[in-house]
Write a protein that binds this ligand. Structure first.
Ligand SMILES: C[S@@+](CC[C@H](N)C(=O)[O-])C[C@H]1O[C@@H](n2cnc3c(N)ncnc32)[C@H](O)[C@@H]1O
Length: 392
């Protein structure tokens, strides 16, 4: 027992002061995070477990309160420990309320309590500041209604796998009959949060262009007239912008395509090196013979039947040297990670859609006559991968 006591003491010390060498080594950091999470779960009493899970919606609400009041920013900017009165003054929150907030945040290590009524920022406080705090606003505003509707939806649909994007937890949560991508067109605040969050969603993870040798695989012998890259369902084109910035000397056109309201928002940005087109991917692709048709986070928004329609529409425009690049999470057959399984539940709740395993995505591509050439996994954390496919 004495040995275990000493080990616990070591873990407590490590949690107080994690060496930078661990944080800098991504693999070690991830292993430590997962091991300590599993250790924490193993040490829970049944009552701990129930309270932690049952209260989980309160985390999202309390995170939102700290973001809205800018409390996390105030604490993060302060070089000295800050009291609840100072934080109340800086944020305009009632001092009694602020004391209660800070006590809550400190008990969950969202801020560090360094003395009586003295608080400092830690890594969590800083993460909950802009720009990443958009994630809190996005999930809290846009996805909480379908997440909250999920149990009732599933019960009322006899626990059948959701497959109808106009009869999903989204419609129950928002009391609408509209498809989410239609609904977003008339709900500006939600649409803006969606567009702002999309490029940040994978913040801190490796990027596909870090791993995928774009020039070698796609961009050999191009000229200014070559259509190099068509970003289908691009949103505001974050990946096309990244392609231009990482490969500034590549010759050829980069085109983004999305719905009318999305392209209108892109046109406010000053990117003369990227062409923008309104295009409905449920209709034949109008840009013929591009080197690459790139679909990031598109197939996971749709059921197989609609994916086949989208893919066939791209195939109809492909030339012999064209490839389709699918950029999506690929679930492993065992041991899927929490970032990927959460994304899967998210797709189910919002769009009656799904993340897919390698077998499932290969079968889908083969069913429309595409041949998978290679798969490049580029983010271990999520299983995000580039799947290169050619006409069979
Ligand atoms: C999950 S987002 C992915 C955006 C982008 N590829 C990314 O990964 O950041 C799906 C995108 O598909 C677009 N979209 C939905 N339905 C569409 C359609 N029928 N035709 C073209 N784009 C569509 C949405 O507006 C949205 O920008």
């Amino acid at each position: 027992m004495e040995g275990v006591g000493a080990l616990v003491q070591k873990i407590e010390k490590l949690a107080e002061d994690l060496p930078a060498s661990v944080l800098e080594n991504d693999n070690l950091r991830r292993r430590l995070r997962e091991a300590s999470k599993n250790l924490s779960i193993a040490a829970q009493t049944p009552s701990d477990t129930v309270h932690l899970i049952a209260y989980s919606t309160l985390y999202s609400s309390m995170a939102r309160v700290g973001v809205d009041t800018k409390l996390f920013e105030v604490v993060s900017k302060s070089v000295e420990p800050i009291s609840s009165e100072q934080a109340a003054e800086a944020t305009g929150v009632d001092p009694i309320l602020m004391k209660r907030f800070l006590r809550f945040y400190a008990s969950f290590s969202w801020v560090k309590e360094v003395g009586e009524n003295q608080f400092m920022a830690n890594n969590v406080t800083k993460a909950l500041c802009p720009p990443l705090s958009t994630g809190i606003e996005f999930f809290n505003t846009v996805l909480n209604p379908p997440f909250a509707a999920l149990p009732e939806y599933l019960k009322s649909h006899d626990y059948k796998n959701p497959t109808n994007p106009v009869d999903s937890p989204w419609q129950m949560g928002y009391n609408t009959k509209d498809h989410p991508f239609v609904w977003l067109q008339s709900n500006l605040k939600h649409f803006q949060l969606f567009m702002t969050w999309l490029p940040m969603e994978r913040e801190g993870l490796p990027l596909w262009l870090d791993v995928f040798p774009f020039e070698q695989e796609v961009a050999q012998n191009t000229t200014d007239d070559t259509v190099l890259f068509v970003d289908v369902g691009s949103a505001l084109g974050s990946q096309s912008v990244m392609l231009r910035e990482k490969h500034p000397s590549l010759k050829g056109k980069v085109i983004i395509q999305d719905q009318q309201h999305v392209i209108a928002a892109f046109q406010q940005m000053d990117r003369p090196d990227i062409e923008a087109q309104v295009y409905d991917f449920l209709t034949p692709q109008p840009v013929k013979g591009a080197r690459a048709y790139y679909l990031r986070n598109i197939l996971h928004d749709h059921q197989d039947g609609q994916c086949r329609e989208i893919l066939r529409n791209q195939i109809s425009a492909m030339a012999d040297d064209s490839v389709i690049l699918i950029d999506d999470i690929v679930l492993p057959e065992t041991g899927a990670r929490w970032r990927a399984t959460m994304a899967d539940m998210n797709m189910m709740s919002a769009l009656a859609a799904r993340e897919r395993s390698k077998k499932e995505v290969f079968a889908l591509l083969e069913s429309v006559g595409l041949k998978v050439v290679k798969v490049w996994e580029y983010a271990v954390e999520t299983g995000d991968s580039i799947i290169v496919a050619r006409r069979g």
